[in-house]
Design a protein around this ligand. Sequence first.
Ligand code: ZN
Ligand code: ZN
Length: 482
Amino acid sequence: MRKYILVFAAFVLPGNLTAQKPVSSTAAAIKSQASEAIESGYEQYQQLALKIWDFAEVGYKETRSSGLLQQTLADNGFTVEAGIAGMPTAFVATYGSGKPVIAILAEYDALPGISQTADPEKRSAGKEAGHACGHHLFGVASVASGIAIKKLVQAKQLTGTIKVFGCPAEEGGSGKVYLVRDGFFKDVDIAIHWHPGDKNEVTTTSALANISAKFRFYGLSAHAAASPERGRSALDGVEAMDNMVNMMREHVPQETRIHYVITNGGKAPNVVPDFAEVYYYVRHPKRDMAKAVFDRVVNAAKGAALGTDTRVDYELIGGTHDLLINQTLAAVMQQNLERTGGVSYTTSEKAFAGKIQSTFTSPVAAADAAALINPLKLVTVAGGGSTDVGDVSYTVPTVGLEAATWVPGTAAHSWQAIAAGGTSIGTKGMMVAAKTMACTAIDLFLDASIIQQATNEFLKARGTYEYKALLGDRKPALNYRD
Ligand SMILES: [Zn+2]
Ligand SMILES: [Zn+2]
């Protein structure tokens, strides 16, 4: 009966029915539409990324970088909530309503102590920081991807909610941990991220859990020659601690990584320093082991203070989980990365890449490797780095990729990474990431069964573990770069 009424209505009012029906495009057509929308914004996105590259603002000081991304999202119809979770440069931009809720993560902090122009030879830009991890590209690709999805939701080709999270201070500040801790991912179904790199590959490598702290030693100042017996050197405390930790390296599990920099060692040799500070990172593929080794580092600090007759305290600065890989989502993203394709260099980009590669000390991949897509790997062993995306990955199913924004063979945190990131080599790689993330999100919007399957895998992998931030209940370390 119902069928007859419909047929009759269709016969009488074909125009109206057509207008009310959702646009019936296939997933492939919608993906092409999104990719074209991103490509048509290339010049605008490139300018945006190069501005943020030029700002080179460090963790929690990314006022202008965060502001530009927020403005771009607001101009495109997103509702932007800024200064969330106690971090002035964090934000969440939302468009749409209801399920699914898909989140795209954006980063934008630079690294202190490294500066480089956009030239293929080592040349300082004279700045205190540089985008040696490519987070200027990271932020813009995620924003571009979010805007492409928003257009599809607005046109009712997709139904649900898209959120772009502005995540400050990835480099050591653990910005995402506070977003997770404050419940900003509670209603999120899937989180998507990416990272600049020297190849195109879906991420199936976990990351190291990481705990960092600043150890502060307090002594007594005195004239270093006239009355040294009246002084107690805080720097002695730091050096004794470092010696003990360096001996400890032989007696920790193989995969452990420990590194430090002395951030304050006194000011003048003829004054016994009454204050000294050392900044430590302790990493291991398993968070419990990272914590156990960190506790031993704390004991070394206490022993050093006792032996040098100084006092020590410490401040936890960062704490991030390892990365939980989701193979269901990785397989979906792989198809979209292959669909998008890599970066092919122009003649001048090839020349730039050749010059960069001539500065490497170890053998490198071919320059045209940026055009290739690596096959999906099934291994989930931990790699050498850490990321606060790890904390997101223990909260919601998470998937990410690496896109070739750097000349093949380039290491992260190098001048070569800053150089390429300031050119079209970087911004073209950024477009690969933006399109791949948008197409992956489209699959999730169109097929709820993928989200269900990814969630089942996530719940099984997480097991009974209940998320707990490794940095406890501390407030964001907004001044950790001071
Ligand atoms: Zn980095
Ligand atoms: Zn990074």
